[in-house]
Design a protein around this ligand. Structure first.
Ligand code: FAD
Length: 472
């Protein structure tokens, strides 16, 4: 076979190269470090971890990231094999000795007979002579390549910062307080006039909330990130500081909304949540991008009536990041629709984190190798963690009907809200258990989703499913 070119030897590119080479197809891996650094990487090793040394929970029985770990292990992941080999004690989390981990990845790649590593910066889109290539250049893609991607995909299709609003599991929202309604009952394309979940506040609740936002502990930007306050993307706490009424006239305005539980009393302010995934399991807090620390976010946002028990699939943030608008640009096997043979992988596709980025590298590598061998890429089942994350990236995402044309695709970690719902009636009270509360149901639901994912992933790969002791 002629080689497949992988650009970027980070978490995703290293995993993609490994998967391709293990399928018997040669790879040329182009990594610029050694010639040009990034603002965050400190070494020339492949798959360097730029910040924390944690791959998060390793519990495959009831934690979504633990499930994706297990699926990647079943698929022969290099990143997981090296992480397991260089694990350091961290309770239920998988944390690694970062130097040992990256050195092991670098060694395995350098010594694979089908992989050639070239230390160079790729400054434009791969030439058409490279009929198959994967771009896996990550959140800090070098500017020359980023401009070329932007020229190919359109200016709005590549973001240099993410402005992430917190995302809440719908089943943790108290619908005895909240109600479904679009502002002025507006029905957009595909909408129903009831597309938002609304949380009402009276004047005292609003004032207490503003005080908490202003007092909340925020994270600063790193010097090299700059201060990316742009077109309407101010952090919510910065808006609160600009004036007590700013939010009530901005994202928290109560106009055009009538409290279904209390129609005669006009809310003083309203927090709106918009459906975030096609499955309808996740809702994002509209206009609530924030630099507040995670602990402060959970505490302050639970002050909002109806969100007192909110469970967050992800908290908000504003970071330097480079990612494309994948749901419109990529096909289901991660190919750029405008350039057959050119795939994207890793964080640049709109997933987030070491593990998720490596997992998308794993898929892109398998798909590219299959294509090179004249086979159709075999997509993972939707019910797996790999399939659920792929769905988020390539299309399971909802576009706002109130703001047509506005991009609303935001990077995401793997979480249970991305998985399809269980068959109705799957959650049943175990025999002999007296109290079966909401929390118990959530745990059971997650365990069942995890079990289904591992069984379906094993079927997809044709390997035995791992067996775990049930968690309590
Ligand atoms: P990377 O791992 O960044 O790899 C991309 C590679 O491409 C790099 O080696 C880069 O040198 C190379 N490259 C770039 N441009 C070119 C080019 N033109 N030619 C050739 N090579 C090129 N995730 C977590 O899970 N936990 C954390 O604590 C965490 N903290 C973070 C802190 C910061 C400051 C940043 C920026 C990110 C953080 N992330 C964290 C996210 C994490 O770094 C990414 O999810 C992950 O590294 C992405 O993997 P990737 O392979 O897509 O990109």
């Amino acid at each position: 076979y002629s080689p497949i070119h992988v650009i970027g030897g980070g978490l995703a590119g290293s995993e993609a190269a490994w998967q391709i080479a293990n399928a018997g197809v040669p790879v040329i891996l182009h990594e610029m470090r050694g010639v040009r650094g990034t603002e965050a990487h400190k070494t020339d090793d492949l798959a360097e971890l730029v910040c924390s040394n944690s791959f998060r929970s390793d519990d495959a029985t009831s934690n979504a990231v633990g499930v994706i770990h297990a699926e990647m292990r079943m698929a022969g992941s290099l990143i997981m094999a090296c992480a397991d080999k260089h694990q350091v004690p961290a309770g239920g989390a998988l944390a690694v000795d970062r130097d040992g981990f990256s050195a092991a990845v670098t060694h395995a790649i350098a010594n694979h007979p089908l992989i050639t590593v070239v230390r160079e910066e790729i400054q434009g889109l791969p030439s058409r002579e490279w009929d198959q290539a994967i771009i896996a250049t990550g959140p800090l893609t070098a500017p020359g390549l980023a401009s070329a991607i932007q020229a190919e995909t359109g200016a709005d299709a590549l973001a240099f910062f993410d402005a992430i609003a917190p995302i809440v599991y719908r089943d943790s929202i108290n619908m005895d307080i909240c109600w479904y309604q679009s502002r002025y009952d507006k029905v957009g394309p595909g909408g129903t006039g009831k597309d938002y979940i609304n949380c009402p506040m009276d004047e005292a609740q609003y004032n207490a909330f503003i005080d908490a936002l202003i007092a909340g502990d925020a994270v600063g930007f790193k010097e090299w990130e700059g201060t990316p306050y742009f077109d309407g993307c101010l952090p919510i706490e910065v808006m609160a500081e600009r004036g007590r009424e700013t939010l009530r006239h901005g994202p928290m305005k109560p106009m055009g909304l009538t409290n279904a539980h209390n129609p005669t009393v006009k809310a003083y302010a309203v927090v709106q949540l918009r459906q975030d995934n096609a499955l309808g399991t996740l809702y994002n807090m509209v206009g609530f991008q924030t630099k507040l620390k995670y602990g402060a976010q959970a505490e302050i946002f639970r002050l909002i009536p109806g969100l007192e028990n909110a469970e967050f699939a992800r908290l908000g943030g504003l970071h330097r990041n480079t990612y494309i608008n994948s749901p419109t640009l990529l096909d289901r096997s991660l190919v750029l629709k405008s350039r057959p043979g050119l795939r994207f992988a890793g964080q640049i596709t709109g997933c987030e984190g070491y593990v998720e980025s490596a997992s998308i590298g794993l898929l892109a590598g398998r798909f590219a190798a299959a294509e090179r061998k004249g086979e159709a890429p075999l997509l993972p089942p939707d019910t797996t963690a790999l399939g659920s994350l792929l769905n988020h990236i390539t299309g399971g995402h909802i576009v706002s009907d109130e703001e047509p044309g506005k991009r609303s695709f935001q990077p995401m970690n793997i979480n249970f809200g991305l998985f399809p719902e269980l068959e109705p009636g799957s959650i049943v009270k175990p025999e002999g258990v007296k109290r079966f509360r909401g929390k118990d149901k959530t745990i059971m639901k997650r365990q069942l989703i995890a079990k289904r994912a591992l069984a379906d992933c094993a079927g997809w790969l044709g390997v035995p499913a791992p067996v775990f002791a049930e968690s309590a």
